[in-house]
Write a protein that binds this ligand. Sequence first.
Ligand SMILES: [Zn+2]
Length: 312
Amino acid sequence: MGDMDDHRAAADAPTDSDASASAEAEEIRRFWARLRLPGLVDVHTHFMPERVLHKVWEYFDGLGPMTGGLEWPITYRKEEAERAGILREFGVRAFTAMVYPHKPGMARWLNGWAVDFARRTPDCLHTATLYPEPGVEAYVREAVEAGARVFKAHVQVGAYDPADELLQPAWGLLAEAGVPVVIHCGSGPAPGKHTGPEPIARVLARHPRLRLVVAHMGMPEYEEFFDLAERYGEVRLDTTMAFTDFSESFMPFPRRALPRLAGLGDRVLLGSDFPNLPYPYVDQLHALERLDLGDDWLRAVCHDNAAGLFGL
Ligand SMILES: [Zn+2]
């Protein structure tokens, strides 16, 4: 908290951190301008009630087991309005508010917060979440009717089986409505009881048109999740943290899978994990660039695929 107070006190005077943020913004703008894009679309950013976000930051600070024991300095530890402002400076045209519950009785409350956040943040795609619990179908329906454009599910933090019977009607409803669900289901940075491709394969067997967006490229089970994306045409993947030096150091992307990554170019979406990333945002973009899959691939991934999916 001291951080935030200091920042307020220093708000009138430009600081070193302001200067480096605007240098970064310039670099990011050069990245998408060179590709002749109108900006970026980032499908994986975290906005949530402040006290929940502070708990998440405390978790990363304490190197909780789900961080895989890695040092995880949060790069953009700022107040909400400032965080949204940074994304705009970067030229992120649309982003999300990835909220997720870790226990029953929390999802509906988070969804209520997210309605309000979307209302006061027009460039945020109205986001909702779900959890296997009685009533989930009703609140998912409510969220869709209220205009939710994307859902977030977190199999690792929620510690549930995504193929749980309680979720079946909700998956069916989302498949029918064509609303994408960003789902953290890979076993990175640390495995959970229900992470990995197998439970997701069971979900897709029952809901083959469900628009799952596999977060973090399915890290570290990249290739198994590619199998699912190649089998089911509505499955997509987000780039969140993948290919960066940070992730490559402990869950490297197998080079042999590069041609498959190129082939899935119309179903890979830029995601960053902003603000919870342990390095500058621009690192994610450079990591994509150095895959060397070409400018058409970058244009699709950094903007056009998500713009098409969300009708931007
Ligand atoms: Zn995330």
